[in-house]
Design a protein around this ligand. Structure first.
Ligand code: ADP
Length: 477
């Protein structure tokens, strides 16, 4: 009411002044007329001023209200101030809520799942970019569109229409590139939260696990069945000493086969379950290659021409004044030995008698190191190459089993080299032979002492170097 008092006062003063003017200017009978005229003038002027101020306030309200409200005195000033304060408060609350919404949406955007919000009529309210990618949507353009008009996967449409969302639904995404799992949750007023997940990888590894278990069961059951057959034969038939010995040899072969298989499975499990080999534990390459060579010569039993630079350096080359191999690889000795042995044993098992097998070590220009096993065996057709390192994948199953293979060798080799930060590179041509290369990164390769090249004799064999596509000089360590 503080604004009313000055107005009443102004009207009273104006009436008194009007009355006095009436009294002195026109005589006693005009006092009332003068007072009334004075009061009317005061009310009129106040009305004009109020109209002006009210108009200014309305003009400000109609605008963007970015500038401060008109700062008038009295009623209009207070009105302007209070309106402006309430507007500013609302703006602040809206800004805070907007910020919270932005943070919430960014959290949804960062979700590892696709997130889509549908209203009660299944129209898209919002979706993150992952959901847009899963369902082939455009997050801006497709807003307010009915989702079933855009995502036409029959399983998804049927799931939404059935309205039973206890379980997730799985279906291939519209282009059929991957498998999606979608789960709907109801919230608010029949709105829907649609969560989508790409389960292609999970399905693939699940299929691989199933195949693996089936393969292991098959691989173990086969020798077991053979063994059971032999045992039955020995129980039911009276065999001569020669026959008995023959059966026992065959039984031993089957038992060995099972032993090798279990050994390889354990190696794989160990490789998968243990931390990567230390990068500061240096393993000298020469003793490894010497051991690989000894094993290889025993396995080959003179049927192949074997070329091992490690052996050359260890014996004959040392005698003729060459420098020994000084290369070292950072990692686990047993794993490295197992990988190289697997490659050499494959080369010997698959290369026919009279063939040639070479093992080479090259330090490449970028510092990386390559162990290469090259053979003149039957070679492998191009279509098999990408699958060779799959567990139990064999190009020729009977050949592999006849020679004691488990189908796990190259899977082990690949694991080992990858655990050492490197990669397995396979080159092969049918009828010409194969070259398996273990490539180790520069950080895991070093020379224990500077190597001195002596007349090219201390290096890798020229043909091996050619197969590795490096100059012979570079193939010297
Ligand atoms: P396996 O125990 O059967 O040898 P691997 O995983 O070591 O299993 O090898 C997978 C397949 O790759 C083998 O079955 C064989 O068909 C092929 N392979 C491996 N090494 C050679 C090679 N040096 N020459 C020809 N084929 C090979």
């Amino acid at each position: 009411m503080t604004w009313l008092l000055p107005r009443l006062l102004a009207v009273t003063v104006a009436m008194v002044a009007g009355g006095l003017i009436g009294l002195f200017a026109a005589g006693g009978e005009f006092v009332l007329v003068g007072a009334l005229l004075g009061g009317a003038c005061a009310v009129g002027m106040t009305a004009v001023r109020d109209t002006l101020r009210g108009f200014r306030l309305i003009h400000w309200l109609r605008g963007s209200q970015v500038e401060p409200a008109p700062r008038d005195a009295g009623l209009w000033g207070e009105l302007g101030y209070r309106i402006e304060r309430s507007i500013r408060l609302r703006e602040l609350t809206a800004a805070r809520e907007g910020e919270r919404l932005t943070q919430f949406l960014s959290a949804m955007e960062a979700s590892p799942n696709g997130v889509m919000l549908l209203d009660a009529g299944d129209q898209i309210e919002w979706c993150n970019s992952l959901a847009a990618d899963h369902f082939g949507l455009d997050p801006r353009r497709d807003r307010r569109q009915r989702v079933t008009n855009l995502v036409r996967a029959p399983a998804f449409v049927a799931y939404l229409q059935a309205g039973n969302f206890d379980q997730a639904v799985q279906f291939p995404d519209p282009p059929g590139r991957r498998s999606l799992s979608v789960q709907v949750r109801i919230y608010g007023a029949e709105q829907k939260l649609v969560l989508s997940q790409d389960i292609t990888e999970r399905e693939r590894s699940e299929a691989m696990r199933r195949d693996f278990v089936a393969n292991v069961s098959h691989e173990i059951r086969t020798p077991l069945t053979v063994l059971a057959g032999f045992i039955e034969t020995m129980v039911n038939l009276s065999l001569t000493e020669v026959e008995r010995k023959r059966v026992l040899v065959l039984m031993t072969q089957q038992a060995d086969r099972m032993g090798t298989l279990v050994g390889d499975l354990l190696t794989l499990a160990q490789l998968e379950g243990s931390p990567h080999p230390a990068a500061d534990r240096w393993v000298a390459l020469r003793p490894l290659l010497v051991q690989v060579e000894a094993d290889a010569r025993q396995l080959s039993a003179g049927r192949h021409g074997l070329v091992f630079p490690g052996a050359v350096l260890a014996s004959a080359a040392l005698a003729n004044g060459s420098v020994p191999m000084t290369a070292e690889i950072a990692g686990a000795q047993t794993e490295l030995l197992s990988a190289i042995t697997n490659l050499v044993s494959n080369a010997i098992r698959y290369t026919p008698q009279g063939g040639r097998i070479e093992l080479g070590w090259v330090r490449q220009a970028d510092g990386s190191g390559v162990i290469a096993v090259t053979d003149t065996g039957p070679g492998i057709a191009r279509e098999h190459l990408p699958r060779l390192t799959e567990r139990f994948y064999r190009v020729d199953g009977s050949r592999s089993r006849d020679t004691g293979g488990t189908g796990l060798g190259l899977a082990i080799v690949k694991h080992v080299v990858q655990r050492h930060g490197g990669e397995l590179d396979i080159r092969s041509e049918v009828g010409k032979g194969s070259c398996f290369r273990l490539v180790f990164p520069a950080a895991r390769v070093r020379d224990s002492e500077p190597a001195v090249v002596s007349g090219g004799t201390a290096g890798i064999d020229a043909s091996v170097a050619a197969s590795l596509a490096v100059p012979v000089e570079a193939a010297v360590n």
